[in-house]
Design a protein around this ligand. Sequence first.
Ligand code: HEM
Length: 491
Amino acid sequence: MSAFMMSATPGIPSSSPSQPSPTVASPPASLPVRTIPGAYGWPLLGPISDRLDYFWFQGPETFFKKRTDKYKSTVFRTNVPPCFPLFLGVNPNVVAVLDCKSFAHLFDMDLVEKKNCLVGDFMPSVKFTGDLRTCAYLDTSEPQHAQIKNFAMDILKRSSKIWVPELVANLSTMWDTIDADVSTNGSASYLFPLQKFIFNFFTKCLIGADASSSPKIAESGYTMLDRWLALQLLPTVKIGVLQPLEEIFLHSFAYPSFLVSGDYNKLYQFVEEFGKEVVNRGQTEFGLSKEEAIHNLLFVLGFNAFGGFSVFLPGLISTIVSDTTGLQQRIVKEVREKTGSTLSFESVKDLQLVQSVVYESLRLNPPVPLQFARARKDFQLSSHDSVFDIKKGEMLCGFQTQVMRDAKIFDDPETFKPDRFLENKELLNYLYWSNGPQTGSPSASNKQCPGKDAVTLTACLFIAYAFQRYDSITGSSSSITAVEKAKQTVV
Ligand code: HEM
């Protein structure tokens, strides 16, 4: 069994693949059936007004919170961007599901379908991915979903052998760069070294290719991915540029793929040339065409892994380096006592505090905050206090940032509590960052992230490496201002 196939948390059983989250139960007869509150407003005007609230006047967190308070319900109707004028054919109407219980319906593939709704009713052009719909846009009822998901899980399983040494080698390069910057300039902006690390590491582990085999890719592969991601996601993401410029230039139309097609083709050629072995396996063992294998590999590398970690790690670093409660000293103690000077999947499994910090960071700042799914049939959806009738074809929209602060599940939900998951492992049933509970198992019959265990284990290794190397790190979400090297060097 591969390291990634095991639950990272001993003692917590993994639910069977097709089993929905333990939080989804048939609606208890005692809960009242309620009409879904909220409205979509006048055609054109309702969606535009909601879009301006979402991006400009309120921001996503206040947008969902205000409506929850207004309707006194965690389930309500609203519009989410993008919308008119230039997104013709995109339907912004959704039913928001904003508590742990209603959100969990998004994992039940008998009730919902996930075809083309990764980022809502809007779908970036398939021209960004070689005219193919990649795995994340496929529903479980489509045969290619199982083929590609199994391929992705197989890649993770096989690469678990090189995962830790590759991670350590790439982290060493990253921290050497940061060390040098801090000693020369007094501080280091770590975003680029971090993204370079993420890119080089995942290129090796997922594609089987060394980025340095191509000077162009080694130098700018990660910025190529940044631009490719940005153009696909701009219509759906609040950036924080001066308004109304952001609304006019970033949220009013979909950017064309030709702006990044040159970069994308270079990445494609790189995978074709240097990732032959993995591409061949996709063809021979999973029945994919060469093009399907390469475009999906690029999506998993660029969108899933690189995109996910580029959002997740800065938040994790920021949480740890800005802590003033002595968390770093506790982590140092745990890491040195439990791992000594080596790192392995086995040793990080003993790092209970580090694991809890990783989970808590994913709870408070889920890197992929929005999840969508379309009702496969009419069904009844329950929140903690009511039951609602959902009609076939309606789009459900969950905003994890709010769901993961559900006060009925998490005590003092707004506070970062590093020991939260150490003290209560049952809470892992309600940790949903991977589009499924942390106790669940990704499979071809669900849409949970296949990287679920790899992500948490890698984050634990990331922290463990840092605190084997340093006694303390000072900084913010974008820069490191001081590092104190370990008095007894272990790395
Ligand atoms: C911090 C890093 C990551 C985060 C936050 C993340 C998050 C997610 C989420 C939320 C989904 C479900 C999206 C949806 O349907 O709404 C997903 C799906 C997926 N992720 Fe990850 N992921 C990460 C890393 C990875 C890695 C390392 C891989 C490498 C194999 C991966 C591969 C995938 C794939 C292939 C899917 C589509 C699954 C399916 O269609 O059944 N992800 N990820």
